[in-house]
Design a protein around this ligand. Structure first.
Ligand SMILES: *Cc1c(COP(=O)(O)O)cnc(C)c1O
Length: 407
């Protein structure tokens, strides 16, 4: 697959052997906890090979080694990782991916592997609430300080950097206001200060954004969202250079948070249609965003594809699609917004996104019953997040129109 760079071809073929066991077309689910050795000689050869690999890894490279135990690797999971690395479009020789049991596992392992006691990290917010919770409640206990920097204060990034700052972690687009961060600028400031950059690009997918191409060091996704795409798996991935991923992989083996083979299979299957799904979701979201701006009962629409979005210019330059999520505010109050959500018939109500089914949520209801907390998180009572699925947009719009007419 080295001669082709077209996304859908890579999504279908990259990472998988052309010739698979039994002549099967699909990559098998290798449902095993361990791998066995024929005899002592095979163990000794394996240990020798492993020692050579370790030396190469210390020098920042990597080489394949046969599978030893399921907590370290599995052929199905390795195929998913090779596919994910190819999709992020990094240097094929230097880039690899690590699969985890969830997006949160990918984020927490990355931070804990790269930072140590005494280090400082900057998190650009809005961010996924659990990531912020991890930074605020877990990291201090490990002696790692984290500063939250609002997207609107990104011009103060240089002043926020301390001598011990090692990592900048950001999300783009953010949840739920879909703010888009200028990655080239972020990478430039970080690298001028010898700081690593990691981007949670879950909302963008590699179809709409390839952070490595803008100079970012590590890309993280919750594969539970668009990459899996069918609301039937939990997984996470980190993509970047061997040198950075090797210590993260070591930690994954120690913490035991690898994705299981069945999940890896479902992810491979989901990835094959990623481009088709995301293109449709981009298009559905754009149509819905434009339609909502015209509606008198909608007070405000947040979508990076709209010219009045604060980051529209950055998004246009940096992304090849604006994503499948639209956030908007219903004119009126909290109850009226709830009535609108309840009147919708087509989408499911729930807290995730990225699958083939449309999902809607009144953000404030999922945060806390404690109103000051919600205000602090900047979530208004009337905010609705609509994560578009792949349904026909005319049906989605008709459903929206019907629901808005009822409030
Ligand atoms: C869902 C999500 C996560 C967490 O991923 P899980 O797979 O649920 O652990 C992290 N970041 C973003 C932006 C998400 O949407």
């Amino acid at each position: 697959m080295s001669t082709t760079t077209h996304f859908s071809t890579l999504a279908v073929h990259a990472g998988e052997e052309k010739r698979k066991p039994y002549g099967a077309l699909t990559t098998p689910v290798v449902q095993t906890s361990t791998y066995t050795f024929a005899d002592t000689a095979e163990i000794l050869a394996f240990m020798q090979h492993k020692a050579e690999r370790e030396a190469i890894r210390q020098a920042g490279g990597d080489m394949p080694v046969r599978d030893e135990y399921g907590r370290y690797s599995n052929p199905t999971q390795s195929a998913a990782e090779r596919k994910l690395a190819a999709l992020e479009g990094g240097d094929a020789q230097k880039t690899r991916a690590l699969l985890f049991a969830s997006g949160m596992a990918a984020i927490t392992h990355t931070v804990l592997a790269l930072l140590q006691n005494g280090d400082h990290m900057i998190m650009v917010c809005g961010g996924y609430r659990r990531t912020i919770e991890f930074a605020q409640t877990v990291l201090p206990r490990w002696g790692i300080a984290a500063t939250l920097l609002d997207v609107d204060r990104l011009d103060q990034l240089a002043e926020t950097i301390r001598p011990n700052t090692r990592l900048i972690l950001a999300e783009t687009p953010t949840n739920p206001y879909l703010r888009v961060i200028d990655l080239a600028r972020l990478a430039e400031t970080a690298h001028a200060n010898g700081i690593l950059t990691a981007i949670d690009a879950t909302f963008a997918t590699p179809i709409n954004l390839r952070p490595l191409q803008w100079g970012i060091d590590l890309v993280i996704h919750s594969a539970s969202k668009y990459l899996g795409g069918h609301n039937d798996l939990l997984a996470g991935v980190v993509v970047g250079a061997h040198t950075l991923l090797n210590p993260i992989e070591t930690l994954r083996g120690l913490f035991g948070s690898i994705a299981d083979p069945q999940t890896a299979y479902l992810l491979i299957r989901g990835l094959k249609t990623l481009e088709l799904r995301v293109q449709r979701q981009n298009e559905n979201a754009r149509r819905v965003a434009e339609w909502l701006t015209q509606h008198p009962k909608v007070a405000r629409v947040y979508y990076p594809g709209l010219p009045d979005h604060p980051d529209h210019e950055v998004a246009k330059r940096q992304m090849s699609g604006f994503g499948g999520v639209v956030s908007f505010e219903i004119a009126g109050g909290r109850e009226r917004t709830s009535r609108f959500v309840d009147a919708l018939q087509l989408p499911y109500i729930g807290p995730t996104l990225g699958g083939v089914e449309s999902i809607v949520q009144q953000q404030a209801l999922f945060i806390s019953l404690n109103e000051p907390d919600r205000r602090a998180a900047g979530i208004s009572d009337t905010l609705v997040r609509y994560a578009l699925g792949i349904e026909n947009v005319e049906d989605i719009l008709a459903d929206l129109e019907r629901a808005l007419a009822q409030i």
